[in-house]
Design a protein around this ligand. Structure first.
Ligand code: SAM
Length: 270
């Protein structure tokens, strides 16, 4: 499926293409990112280059990951290899960790990741990026406002769910500002927001088994209307709930991130 004409490029819906066209919004996003010369930064989905150009001007060099071959051809015409390193392909499969040195003892972790993310893959890309948190300095993204509200949601609210818990477990997050549909060509149907994610220090994470934490959180929110006694039946019995001082009659949305970590560590220790 193709959509309206944009600078001679037919915007492709299947790649979530809504190109930023409002210079004030672009400036605000770049100011929020505050790129500094020499930083190692990667932009996901540079598209027609709305953010790419000011980023390269400030950084000197930028990595980009883009899936659309027509857009890649344009990027190659616009920039020289010492200004831009183009990684062709799917950001969902890209090894972001390969762009910087490892954590442990070497240079401080420093990758900065930015992008006006393709909205059709926003949740999977956030989970993919979370895997590289230890090598990342920060990430600044544009996403649908509704997704950003879920990312930063507090326990007990309707928006609070698996995405909130798994991202808040790894990152300090903040919603910076909203961007209306009119700032894009073609205009999306929904409001967007800018969000920043800063990885928490590894020693603050607390779960002894991250994969187990992920499975427990997925189970707890798999059937939102059911109580923890039901959803966590494969992990916890009444005694386990009592040992942790948690009410099995609650729903997952009432538990804090720390509660989920306590459950995961209790299960891992058995
Ligand atoms: N950054 C540009 C802007 O702000 O105008 C474009 C943003 S547009 C919302 C999303 C961009 O991500 C498009 O360039 C699209 O081709 C690219 N894209 C979509 N899916 C992708 C994927 N799986 N991996 C890498 N890039 C992808």
């Amino acid at each position: 499926m193709q959509d309206r004409n944009t600078d001679g490029h037919r915007a492709r819906k299947r790649f979530g293409q809504n190109f930023l066209s409002d210079p004030n919004i672009i400036r605000r996003i770049i100011d929020a990112i505050r790129p500094q010369p020499g930083e190692c930064m990667v932009e996901i989905g540079p598209g027609l280059g709305a953010m790419t150009m000011p980023l390269i001007e400030r950084l000197g060099h930028l990595h980009v990951v883009e899936i659309d071959r027509d857009l890649i051809a344009r990027l190659r015409e616009s920039w020289t290899p010492d200004q831009i390193t183009i990684h062709e392909g799917d950001a969902l499969k890209f090894d972001f960790g390969a762009l910087v040195g490892g954590g442990g003892g070497e240079a401080p972790p420093g990758l900065r990741i930015v992008g006006n993310l393709p909205y059709n893959i926003s949740t999977p890309i956030l989970f993919h990026l979370a895997e590289f948190a230890e090598r990342v300095k920060d990430m600044t993204f544009m996403l649908q406002k509704e997704v950003v509200m879920r990312m930063v949601a507090e326990p007990g609210t309707e928006e609070y769910g698996r995405l909130s818990v798994m991202l808040q477990y790894r990152f300090r997050m903040g919603r910076l500002f909203d961007v209306p549909p009119g700032a894009f060509r073609p205009a999306p149907k929904v409001m967007s927001s800018i969000v920043r994610l800063v990885p928490l220090p590894p020693e603050q994470l607390g779960a002894s088994d991250h994969a187990l934490l992920g499975r427990i959180v997925t189970a707890a929110f798999g059937q939102r209307r059911k109580t923890l006694k039901n959803t966590l039946r494969d992990f916890m019995d009444d005694e386990d709930f009592a040992a942790l001082g948690l009410d099995p009659g609650l729903r997952g949305e009432r538990l804090s991130v720390a509660d989920f970590v306590a459950i995961a560590n209790h299960c891992a220790a058995r």
